[in-house]
Design a protein around this ligand. Structure first.
Ligand SMILES: C[S@@+](CC[C@H](N)C(=O)[O-])C[C@H]1O[C@@H](n2cnc3c(N)ncnc32)[C@H](O)[C@@H]1O
Length: 261
């Protein structure tokens, strides 16, 4: 599942890589396909009692940097992303917001293991909707686990119960598969949410193709994002966790807080 306004159902690898360019407006960050992930990450942090003030935060595959914008400006931000242009644009947007320490670097998929940011230590590491794209997810999880400072936490989001397989996904993720990856990588699950039931009924809309389909997806994503804001972003996911199963909806995201075992 790709991200936000106009970024779903993307066919080619080139388009996939460019899908975060010029997407730094408030509307893009409000759109549900982006804001739902930020809500879940914040929920994990609250549950794990992790404060971000002054923290070193590393987002591996930060997309358009939605999570960074939810951090206090005292946090030091680090991240990698495939598209060099999106990396520059996100850096500029964060600096304009007042973040003093921003170190975002393009990711060369052929040589990802050599990326200098994988050699540093962080209080919070994010890996959101990335592992399902990789041939060797356990290898990345293991490396991200080694990036944790003492007491640090690795937050992982994964799509589950996808109604239509994204052509960019190498794995169809189930909770069992993901938990096996974590075990193999030597990480302990400190917190788990099977969440985002609201998205389940809108999956067919988000998967639509063509100009009209994209427009419908954008409108739905924005409408849901605004509804979440209205209800309160801290209340949205717990609300749907209770209501969703009663309506026969399935969780669409697995959210894990991992710590060194
Ligand atoms: C669907 S996007 C998720 C972006 C963002 N984390 C989010 O949750 O919205 C998948 C991300 O995986 C990352 N990635 C890393 N290695 C990759 C690879 N070999 N193939 C595809 N994507 C890769 C890219 O940074 C890409 O933006």
């Amino acid at each position: 599942m790709l991200d936000a306004v106009g970024e779903n159902a993307i066919p080619s690898q080139a388009t996939f890589q460019a899908c975060y360019r010029r997407r730094q407006t408030r509307w893009h960050h409000t759109a549900y396909m982006r804001s739902a992930k930020v809500m879940l990450l914040r929920r994990l942090l609250v549950a794990e009692k992790v404060a971000l003030e002054g923290a070193r935060v590393f987002d591996y595959g930060f997309g358009a940097g939605g999570f960074f914008l939810a951090c206090p400006t005292s946090a030091s931000l680090f991240g990698v992303e495939l598209d060099p242009m999106a990396t520059v644009e996100t850096t500029e947007a964060l600096c304009a917001q007042g973040f003093a320490h921003v170190d975002l670097r393009p990711l060369d998929v052929e040589r990802w293991r050599e990326n200098g940011l994988l050699k540093l230590r962080y209080d919070v590491v994010i890996c959101s909707h990335v592992l399902e794209h990789l041939e060797t997810p356990v290898e990345l999880l293991h490396m991200l686990g080694r990036c944790l400072a003492p007491g640090g936490v690795l937050l992982v989001l994964l799509p589950i119960h996808e109604r239509r397989r994204d052509s960019h996904h190498v794995h169809e993720v189930t909770p069992e598969l993901a938990l096996g990856w974590c075990r193999e990588a030597g990480l302990a699950v400190a917190r788990r949410f099977d969440s985002d039931h609201a998205c389940d009924c809108f999956q067919p809309v988000f998967a639509r193709k063509g100009a009209l389909g994209r427009l419908a997806a954008q409108g739905t994503s924005l409408g849901l994002g605004l509804a979440a804001k209205l209800l309160g972003e801290d209340r949205w996911m717990p609300f749907w966790d209770r209501l969703g199963p009663k309506l026969g909806l399935r969780p669409t995201q697995l959210a894990l807080a991992l710590r060194a075992a």
